[in-house]
Structure formats: C-alpha cells, structure tokens
Design a protein around this ligand. Sequence first.
Ligand SMILES: Nc1ncnc2c1ncn2[C@@H]1O[C@H](COP(=O)(O)OP(=O)(O)OP(=O)(O)O)[C@@H](O)[C@H]1O
Length: 234
Amino acid sequence: MIKIDNLIVQFGGVRPINELSAVLTAPVAGLIGPNGAGKTTLLNVLSGFVKPIQGSVLLDERALLPMTPLQRVRAGLRRSFQTEQVVEDLTVAGNIAAIADHVVGTGHCSRAVDQALAFVGLMSIADRLGQSLNLFQRRLVELAKCVTGEPKLILLDEPAAGLTEEEGKAFRELVLRIPSEFRAQVLIIDHDVDLIRSICSETMVLDYGKLLALGATHTVLADPNVRRAYLGEF
Ligand SMILES: Nc1ncnc2c1ncn2[C@@H]1O[C@H](COP(=O)(O)OP(=O)(O)OP(=O)(O)O)[C@@H](O)[C@H]1O
C-alpha cells in the first residue's frame, strides 16, 4: 500500500505536485494524466530523485522520504524508466546481477538472477550482451531487474512503449503475475489507456499536480472530468 499525504514538490515557481494526498491499494495500480501533469515527478519523489518541500509517503507503513535512494531499493522499491536503461556491454544476466548485488545477501545473487530471468523467459539468452538485444528483450530485462530480490513496490514508467501488440500482450501478462508471484504492488504510468484499463484495477489521475480522480479504473475512465482533461483522447 502506498499512502501519500499532502505532498508538494516545487521547482522555482512551478508546483508539479501540489498538495497531493492519495492511498493506492490495488495490486496493479495505474497513474495517468495529461502531459506535464506531474506523473514522472511523483515517481521521482517515490524513488528518491526529487525531494518534496512538504508531505509524507508511506510504503506499507514505512516512511519512504527519509530514506536515501539505495535504502529505498533495499526496502523493496524498484523502478523502470521511460527510456530503457540496459547496459550495452554487460550480459543479460550481468544487467540483473548489477541490481541483485545491492539487494540480496552474499551467496544468493545467482539464484536471484536466475529467478528473475526465468520469470521473464530470458534464461536462454542470459549470456548475450545488452547491445545485441531488441526492444522487447530490453523491456524484459528491465522488468527482470524490477522483480529481483524481494520487491515490494515496482514503479513502471511507460514500460511497454514501442512494443508490438503481441509483445505488449505478453508484457501485460507478466506484469499481472507480479503481485501473486512476488507479493509486490505495481504502479504503472502510461499514456496507453487501453493498457491501463486492461491491467490496473485502480487508477489515479493527476492534472496540474493535483488529484483529479482515484478509484476503480472503469469508474475513473468514465468520469467526465477525466475525459475532459484528456481532451477526448480516449
Ligand atoms: N527538474 C525540473 N525543473 C523544473 N520543472 C520541472 C522539472 N521536472 C519537471 N518539471 C515540470 O514539472 C511539470 C510536471 O512534469 P512531469 O514530467 O512530472 O509530468 P508528466 O505527467 O510525467 O508528463 P509526461 O506525460 O509528458 O511525461 C512540468 O510542467 C515540467 O515541465
């Protein structure tokens, strides 16, 4: 569960997050909103890259904001970025080991890497270099990194961007398995409303850094205020 209370982020005269309070409990939750609504800024606050001027965030009753980014990773926070971050001259297994080294005890690293590789189905290419991977494989490596070493909250920022319909479907099915197989909550940012509708039981909508709507996805997507904010995009 993520509990956000009265959060404000200020950059100069701009408040990309403005007095935001919300509680997200769904196993797979969505975060949507028009361009510039503050979605990535919120993920940056959760992962520790941006410091808010006010407010608190609890992850399963633990206060996140006082922790450093590395402490958050050790507490189970994982994140993928809009642009995938695969290291080109490391192998697939090496890319995953790079995070496993920080989050699992000595001697458990290779088991954690194998478990993540098996989950995303990349065992057979574990020894290939990052530079040889196609976009789908890169997205899967990113997902494997996110499930490595007892994750509690996985933040995915447009994780399926650029995938074909078939690849997107396979990706969605993997994401849906995460809560039961890893006992982790997933929060997904995406502009693809069909993706949000198909896998998120709960959705939060931001607009100008404020909470526009939060609730069951089908209810939120039918909300006239949400539809207006998107100017008829769906
Ligand atoms: N480091 C920064 N300094 C100043 N302003 C920033 C900074 N980062 C973001 N902003 C501003 O904060 C607002 C929210 O940006 P953010 O990237 O969080 O929106 P978003 O909802 O993720 O948008 P998109 O869907 O386009 O990715 C925007 O007006 C943006 O220009």
